[in-house]
Design a protein around this ligand. Structure first.
Ligand SMILES: [Zn+2]
Length: 242
């Protein structure tokens, strides 16, 4: 599952690079973004190629972004964690699709401050297709999409533009995949983690108080923690406070 994640991560890198630039993610074959040289199989081994070439293009010597091995490693370990949680069944497929979508959306958001509509349409379509056959079922999923999207819409109106339309749509996709209770938990965790990350960035003076901080990665992190530990967190909460 780790290796499958590395390979999918390699594909997600292509999506992260091409979707915001309006390119196809299927054709043409991979090229160096700097010199345009077609990349061979030896250049495309996840993580290893980057390490062996010390982060440089074999043909032009230009720097290859650290994002490439990072996304591959992240996807590999995320896939392995999801597999340990679900085992082999339809929930595995559902969570792997969502995880891939969240990683892609996060890295595009970090770089371009947008979450492309193609990703949202893919997320809503695949979520609708999978939810009747997986937990927590289609009803909870539909309510979840309306609720999580609605909460962020309210926040966006209240904060007058502090929250992008892409964030609202991504939250709706998360609600559709996780259902209403886990979807709301994911949003709560997203707010806590994004708040903490924002504070750290401000303390380190990487971002100022007025700088825009992408919320997409926060939503992604909240959703991923919920995939792995959501049920335990809800049970712990109910046992402790009710
Ligand atoms: Zn090159």
């Amino acid at each position: 599952m780790l290796v499958a994640g590395f390979l999918i991560g390699s594909f997600l890198n292509v999506c992260i690079h091409r979707i915001p630039r309006g390119g196809s993610v299927v054709v043409p074959s991979s090229r160096c973004p700097r010199c345009g040289h077609r990349l061979g199989a030896a250049d495309l081994v996840p993580v290893l190629s980057w390490l062996l070439l010390r982060g440089r293009c074999r043909y032009c010597g230009g720097a290859v972004s650290l994002r490439y091995p990072l996304v591959e490693l992240l996807t590999g370990f995320a896939f392995a964690l999801v597999f340990l949680k679900t085992g082999f069944n339809l929930m595995l497929l559902k969570y792997l699709v969502l995880t891939s979508l969240l990683i892609t959306a996060s890295f595009i958001d970090l770089e371009h401050y947008i979450i492309p509509n193609q990703l949202i349409v893919f997320g809503l379509g695949s979520g609708l297709l999978l939810s009747p056959f997986t937990q927590p079922g289609i009803v909870s999923s539909l309510i979840g999409a309306l609720l999580t999207g609605g909460v962020l819409l309210l926040l966006a109106v209240a904060s007058r533009g502090g929250m992008g339309g892409g964030d609202i749509k991504l939250a709706a996709v998360v609600g559709l995949y996780l259902g209403w209770s886990q979807g709301l938990l994911a949003l709560f965790l997203a707010a806590v983690m994004a708040g903490a990350a924002g504070l750290v960035l401000m303390v380190l003076r990487i971002k100022g108080r007025k700088d825009y901080i992408a919320f997409g990665p926060g939503i992604a992190a909240g959703a991923f923690v919920t995939i792995l530990w959501g049920e335990s967190i809800v049970q712990w909460y109910l046992a402790s406070f009710w």
